[in-house]
Design a protein around this ligand. Structure first.
Ligand SMILES: [Zn+2]
Ligand SMILES: [Zn+2]
Length: 421
């Protein structure tokens, strides 16, 4: 077997790995990397659809799925993924095409063609294509999200995609009963960072929400629409939070999709209960009325970029009774990062000091430093390890650590590097 790295090499974004199984080519993920401040998006290295037997999408996030439609511009191939990933991928790519009109070299017809060529598979369902056998295993990262096991010619490759071994309040632990492995392709996002235990983040958020309610304020929680929004609703419900919880924006569409796949969740009852109790906002009038009493507002975008977040900021940021809880990753150059660093937001072209109380909480969907290291340590078979999907330092230092402490051959590959298994 040969692995060609097409992207996510010392960077987070545009994941893509081409596995040549003695002539049967599998493409694991094919994502986009969004440009900073108006620069164009970047994509993984080019592959011809006719050279690929099948694409396997690990999960719906656009850095893993967003470029798959490009393979349907002048050809087609098989796509395999879980049913929830397929629905969420469609939703997220449609949204991307709407926001970045004419930015990408494909459009809705190619997306629809991709969906037509997709075969839905369950976790642990083995698929045989030519000289390759592959399966998805649950990753604990996002609903329907998986890791990939590829077998060919008595060799086995394990690709983590994005992984959260412990899962979350929404998702069960990752399925890591994978046996002997010859090559691991592992994400490295937080390989150099320790995260606050989930319980501590949950308690902190609930306490903050109650404090804000006690002073008759409104707590605004900008959150990613896929899962983080639902997780926050569940955390509040689980803690017996008594006030109104409002959900807005694309999170509502994600709610509908998740309701169709309750079997993928850790506790379907808590999920259904939390979402059913939350108030959905469908138009401007409802949005306005909702803010007439103390409540929690959960709405995208997680980094305060665009959409309803702007509305809620304008309404809520300049009253010291209110609170803003940042629960998502804040990328460089985003309004969320600016709020954290300067205490200011830009509204109507002016930088204004926020008087609402701002606190940040960690609710990451990725393994942290210790979890990643233990994940590699516990894999049998003394595999070779490729560290990808992290910034330069996270990938290179992680590879060094694996080599020094575990004695395994490990390195952070460059784009287009070819690795023999
Ligand atoms: Zn992801
Ligand atoms: Zn990712």
């Amino acid at each position: 077997m040969n692995v060609k790295v097409l992207g996510a090499a010392r960077e987070v974004g545009r994941s893509g790995f081409l596995i040549d199984c003695d002539g049967t080519n599998l493409l694991l993920d094919y994502g986009v990397m969004f440009g900073r401040r108006g620069s164009p998006p970047q994509y993984p290295s080019h592959v011809k659809p006719k050279d690929i037997d099948s694409v396997i999408i690990t999960h719906a996030h656009l850095d893993h799925s967003g470029y798959v439609p490009s393979l349907f511009v002048s050809g087609h191939c098989n796509v395999y993924t879980t049913p929830p990933t397929l629905e969420l991928t469609q939703l997220l790519i449609e949204d991307m095409l709407k926001i970045e009109k004419n930015f990408h070299p494909f459009d809705l017809p190619e997306l629809n063609n991709m969906i037509k060529n997709t075969k839905e598979i369950g976790f642990r369902e083995k698929i045989k294509r030519g000289n390759a056998t592959f399966e998805l295993r649950s990753s604990g990262h996002v609903i329907g999200g998986g890791t990939v096991l590829v077998e060919s010619d008595n060799k086995r490759v394990f690709y983590t995609g994005d992984i959260h071994p412990k899962g979350s309040r929404m998702l069960k632990e990752a399925d890591l009963d994978i046996g002997k492995i010859d090559l691991v392709i592992t994400e490295s996002t937080y390989s150099q960072t320790e995260q606050m235990p989930r319980k501590q983040s949950e308690d902190g958020l609930v306490e903050f929400a109650n404090e804000v309610m006690d002073r008759k304020g409104i707590l605004f929680v900008p959150a990613f629409s896929v899962e983080r929004s639902q997780e926050i609703a569940c955390v509040l419900r689980n803690a017996g939070f008594k006030h109104k919880v409002i959900m807005d924006g694309m999170a509502l569409k994600v709610n509908e999709i998740m309701f169709r796949y309750l079997e993928y969740l850790r506790d379907p009852k808590v999920f259904a209960d939390s979402i059913n109790r939350a108030v959905s906002i469908r138009n401007n009038r409802e949005r306005k009325n909702a803010l007439s009493e103390p409540c929690v507002v959960i709405s995208p975008a997680g980094m305060l970029v665009g959409g309803n977040a702007v509305y809620y900021l304008q309404e809520l940021a300049f009253d010291s009774k209110n609170g803003i809880a940042l629960v998502s990753y804040q990328g460089d150059g985003t309004p969320g990062k600016k709020l954290l660093e300067t205490g200011k937001v830009e509204t109507r072209g002016r930088d204004l000091k926020v008087s609402a109380e701002v606190r940040q909480f960690e609710f990451s969907g990725h393994a942290d430093k210790n979890e990643l290291f233990n994940l590699i340590k516990n894999i049998e078979g003394n595999p070779k390890v490729l560290t990808v999907h992290g910034d330069d330092e996270s990938c290179t230092k992680f590879a060094q650590e694996i080599h020094e402490k575990l004695g395994l051959e490990a390195f952070s590959p460059k784009v287009d590097e070819l690795i023999k298994v």
